[in-house]
Design a protein around this ligand. Structure first.
Ligand code: SAM
Length: 281
């Protein structure tokens, strides 16, 4: 798919998904987000950019951590988090959530990962589960390198290998009913060594990574369907389906999950994430 079209599909899709994202995904993504934040090792007073911030599941804990003025030299003020996303609805949501939780050190900026409209310098760049949607991930990593100070850290996470993500048939099921791929590169970054190699190619040093296996639990068919079709990147395509197309796509998706359905009707779907971290020289 043409990069401009892919960005448009993503922006509109995530604008639609904003109201359903946390309901279906906050619990499921928490292990990967926690690992990313642990690897970031944020300290009070640090300035952070969170790229593809979504509703703020990483932004807000990061902001709470850096908010308190630190004792280290140059860290005698509260750190700030710049929360960037392609989707205006996501940026509005992260700002609203920051306000409602009393965090005054979050600034939302609407921009794509490949064209950050900020300069920094930041101490830390985070990108949690966003890079798979970006048409040119190398350019996005170069942008994060640009806005980091020398010695600054980057931590990035993506979904892992296709064969380790039990829900992976979703894209094929939706793509068969639309004229272009919704997420053409989705699993490309999750292959062995790929994310770390991308960081090295972008000029980062001290690159390392960790693979994390999890289980996505759904209480019933409706939850599994909601997570797949309402709370994520295929929300735009699904919104345009007529009722019979929706029903057929949902049926096919549930069939693809049949091996992960328990006797009581719940689902335990395997998932895998990769978290990689590095330093700007
Ligand atoms: C799965 S959500 C992750 C949100 C958040 N980082 C988290 O961990 O919950 C993916 C986010 O990537 C954003 N996104 C998709 N394509 C993007 C692009 N090209 N540039 C910036 N953000 C993008 C979407 O708008 C969405 O908010």
């Amino acid at each position: 798919m043409h990069a401009r079209r892919q960005r448009l599909v993503q922006r509109r899709g995530w604008d639609r998904a904003v109201a359903d994202y946390e309901r279906f995904w906050s619990h499921q993504l928490a292990p990967a987000q926690d690992l990313l934040l642990t690897r970031a090792g944020l300290e009070a007073g640090e300035d952070v950019i969170d790229v593809a911030c979504g509703t703020g599941l990483v932004t807000l804990p990061a902001a709470a951590t850096v908010a308190v003025a630190g004792g280290a030299p140059g860290r005698d003020r509260s750190g700030r988090v710049t929360a960037t996303d392609l989707s205006p609805a996501m940026v509005a949501e992260v700002e609203a959530q920051a306000r409602s939780t009393g965090l005054t050190n979050v600034e939302g900026v609407r921009c794509g990962a490949e064209d950050l409209t900020v300069d920094g310098p930041y101490d830390v760049a985070l990108c949690s589960l966003g890079l798979m949607y970006v048409p040119d991930p190398a350019r996005a990593l170069a942008e994060m390198r640009r806005v980091l100070r020398p010695g600054g850290r980057i931590v990035v996470s993506v979904w892992g290998e296709r064969r380790r993500c039990g829900w992976a048939d979703l894209f094929g099921i939706v793509d068969a009913r639309v004229t272009s791929d919704v997420c053409p590169l989705f699993f490309a970054l999750g292959g062995p060594g790929v994310l770390a190699a991308q960081l090295e190619q972008a000029g980062f040093v001290d690159v390392d990574h960790e693979r994390l296996s999890t289980e996505l639990g759904y209480a019933d068919d409706d939850q599994a369907i909601g997570a797949a079709f309402l709370g994520g990147p295929v929300a735009l395509a699904y919104a345009h389906f007529d009722q019979p197309t929706r029903a057929a796509a949902e049926r096919e998706y549930l069939d693809s999950l049949a091996g992960f359905r328990t006797a009581s009707g719940t689902y335990k779907v395997p998932g895998e994430f990769v978290v990689a971290w590095a330093t700007r020289p």
